[in-house]
Design a protein around this ligand. Structure first.
Ligand code: 5GP
Length: 297
């Protein structure tokens, strides 16, 4: 087999390098102008798609959509998902089929979908809320809210995926700007649900799931009477005790604290609209789906 030599990157002279930088700057300006023109309603996304300048053809489809007045990031992402267009797709790479889909979508965008429900899920630590959440994250009818928190990320957690990890300062600013639907303190850290994303996803017809502690659930109860509050209960107190005490490396004090907190959390069950016993995660998920869809107009 013939061995192939990788071509070496060309060695650029300082002049060539400067010229390249200049070209990149021009391209950036051209792209920014296109986005501005879309936001100002001067051109449509289809004008941009038909713009043959290489700088414009290299723009991502999602960038165009996000620039359309009233569309925003969540709606753009949903639209791309629905039409099976990869988020990384660039204008120049759109096939005729995808273009037609986009055009269709653009006219559909004016029709509001049925508003999604707001589901608040709480329950004692160790009851299996995060497994339930994982299942619902994979259900296209749901969107799981991403909270802001001041606590440190755990090893496998990612900013913007599991939480928005913010400083105390930033959290205080968010409170001051009224950016939270609810917020509370838990185990020495602050946690809050960003308001805008919840509204936006519900407007897009997704059921929004909040997995939050009890003080936060109480606030939602006050601010949104249509929210559905679900308490996840263990099959028995003994079972929960087992799950909590088998968590490996906890000190006896830590274990006691966990149990005391779980008891306190269990006492709030009566304040919720629904209690689902977590015998088996699939069963819980089925019940969550049916109560999310129930009573939707
Ligand atoms: P963890 O630090 O283990 O991820 O979460 C601790 C507790 O905070 C859990 O009970 C979780 O449900 C709750 N929590 C997470 N995000 C929020 C939030 O945005 N608001 C409220 N009130 N509680 C939250």
């Amino acid at each position: 087999m013939a061995s192939h030599m990788r071509p070496r990157p060309p060695v650029l002279s300082p002049e060539e390098r400067r010229a390249n930088l200049e070209l990149a700057k021009v391209a950036r300006t051209e792209r920014a102008r296109v986005k501005e023109a879309i936001s100002a309603g001067q051109i449509s996304i289809f004008d941009a798609i038909n713009d043959v300048r290489p700088s414009v053809q290299r723009m991502k489809v999602i960038e165009l959509l996000e620039s359309v007045p009233g569309v925003g990031p969540a709606r753009s992402a949903l639209l791309m998902e629905r039409r099976k267009i990869a988020l990384s797709r660039r204008i120049g790479g759109l096939g005729p089929h995808q273009l037609r889909a986009l055009r269709k979508e653009a006219s559909i965008m004016k029709i509001d979908p049925k508003r999604g429900s707001l589901i608040v899920m709480s329950g004692p630590g160790g009851v299996g809320k995060s497994t339930i959440t994982q299942f619902l994250k994979n259900d296209p009818r749901f969107w799981v809210s991403i909270s802001a928190t001041t606590r440190e990320p755990r090893l496998t957690e990612k900013h913007g995926v599991d939480y928005f990890f913010v400083t105390e300062n930033k959290f205080e600013q968010m409170i001051a700007k009224d950016e939270f639907l609810e917020w509370a303190e838990f185990a020495g850290a602050k946690y809050g649900t960003p308001k805008d994303a919840v509204r936006e996803w519900r407007d897009l017809g997704k059921h929004v799931l909040l997995e939050i502690e009890i003080a936060g659930a109480r606030q939602i109860r006050e601010s949104d009477p249509t929210a559905k509050l679900v308490f996840i209960a263990p099959p028995s107190w003994e079972e929960l005790q087992n799950r909590l005490t088998n968590r490996g490396t906890d000190s006896p004090e830590r274990r006691e604290a966990r149990l005391a907190l779980a008891l306190e959390e269990m006492a709030a069950a009566g304040e919720f609209d629904f209690t689902i016993v977590n015998e088996q995660v699939e069963g819980v998920v089925t019940q969550m789906v049916s109560l999310a869809t129930a009573g939707q107009d």
